[in-house]
Design a protein around this ligand. Structure first.
Ligand code: GLY
Length: 363
């Protein structure tokens, strides 16, 4: 088992990563006496009972609340329902919400923990690769409005994150591969060594080899922990985590939410950002090609033509700009100068962006 510390002074916490039956025991030492496990219908069926028994075995009065699987549950109506269940379960300021599931559950249950009684304890138990390396760490929580995704939310750091890698064994292939896009992202923005490791062991990673997974997940968590510790509220360096996400979010919107998984859209977004980096920041073309080849080897898309041949750059650009305007920001890019080193807040001329879009692959 590995432990990664997120150094946030009085809000500091550990991320426990491993295939160890003892994972999740640390909550017992945090003074929590009552907990509500929030999960979706798929994850509850697989792991809900075991987590309830684990908590009860540590003298924590635990109960479970289950929401339908899928992004549709991530809304204010479900928040109200879950708060009602928290009242029924007798949760008070000394209690905790256990977010057992993927990114949707982490965001939703995390928001309930941040809002209920002005904030109670939160244990993040990510069960997808994407949630393990990204969304369960760093305290971003929230739900969607009809007007857009994640428009209502709070920063609420967990007391602990428990990434039990055994849960990846039941993750559908497409979701696992989608999570690998975020793993590759860490190699590009923060650690060329991880990039080399993923590149040289992609086949073993696709087979979900336990020892390798533990190392790769822990190294991604270390990078995320370091960035979050530097810039908890995203006033600067945390934006680095958005490498590939500006175009990725635009694609998710333009293709219609649900058609592509988040990591699939981010994969294309990273190829695009690498093209812009070649033009604007002197990234060697060979590095952009290595990224494209690695994503293809993993089974991720590197272009939009296959999914949506009629998608025009002007439509995609409009989708991205509208989203940024709504958030009171302008279009800025995370670009790379070499593998393992990125810069945020970059502007890029329209002509370069349009050319980068035209160069995207057809797969
Ligand atoms: N997922 C990006 C962040 O946590 O800032």
């Amino acid at each position: 088992m590995r432990i990664v510390r997120v150094n946030l002074e009085e809000r500091a916490y550990d991320i426990h990563i491993g295939m160890d039956a003892a994972l999740g025991e640390a909550i017992a030492g945090q003074g929590v006496s009552r907990a509500l496990i929030v999960s979706d219908s798929n994850v509850d069926r697989l792991y809900g009972e075991a987590w309830e028994a684990k908590l009860r075995g540590r003298r924590i009065a635990a109960s479970r609340a289950v929401v339908p699987a899928g992004e549709e549950s991530k809304n204010l109506r479900t928040v109200e329902e879950l708060c009602g269940k928290a009242v029924d379960a007798g949760l008070d300021r000394g209690s905790a919400i256990v977010a057992l599931g993927g990114g949707m559950i982490g965001d939703l249950a995390g928001f309930v923990a941040g809002a209920y009684m002005r904030g109670i304890g939160l244990l993040q138990v990510p069960t997808s690769l994407l949630a393990m390396v990204d969304s369960s760490i760093g305290g971003k929580t929230g739900v969607n409005l009809a007007a857009g995704k994640n428009l209502v939310g709070v920063f609420h750091q967990p007391m602990e994150v428990v990434a039990d890698l055994r849960t990846l064994g039941t993750l559908p292939e497409r979701e696992y591969v989608s999570g690998l896009a975020e793993v590759v992202k860490y190699g590009v923005i923060g650690d060329a060594g991880i990039f080399d490791l993923i590149e040289s062991s992609a086949a073993r990673l696709l087979k979900r080899e336990p020892g390798l997974l533990e190392e790769v997940v822990a190294r991604c968590c270390e990078i995320k922990a370091e960035i979050v510790a530097t810039d908890e509220r995203e006033s600067g360096a945390r934006a680095l985590l958005n490498f590939g996400h500006t175009l990725g979010h635009g694609l998710e919107k333009a293709l219609g939410y649900g058609r592509w998984l988040h990591g699939e859209a981010v994969s294309v977004g990273m190829v695009f950002a690498a093209e812009v980096s070649i033009a604007c920041r002197g990234l060697p073309r060979e590095c952009g090609e290595r990224l494209r080849r690695l994503l293809e080897a993993i089974g991720l898309p590197t272009g939009v033509a296959a999914a949506r041949p009629e998608l025009r750059w002007s439509d995609l650009r409009a989708a991205m700009t509208a989203d940024k305007k709504r958030r009171g920001a302008s279009l800025r890019w995370v670009l790379v100068e070499r593998l393992g080193s990125a810069v945020f807040g970059c502007e890029a001329p329209d002509r370069v962006l349009a050319e980068a879009f035209a160069r995207l692959g057809t797969t």
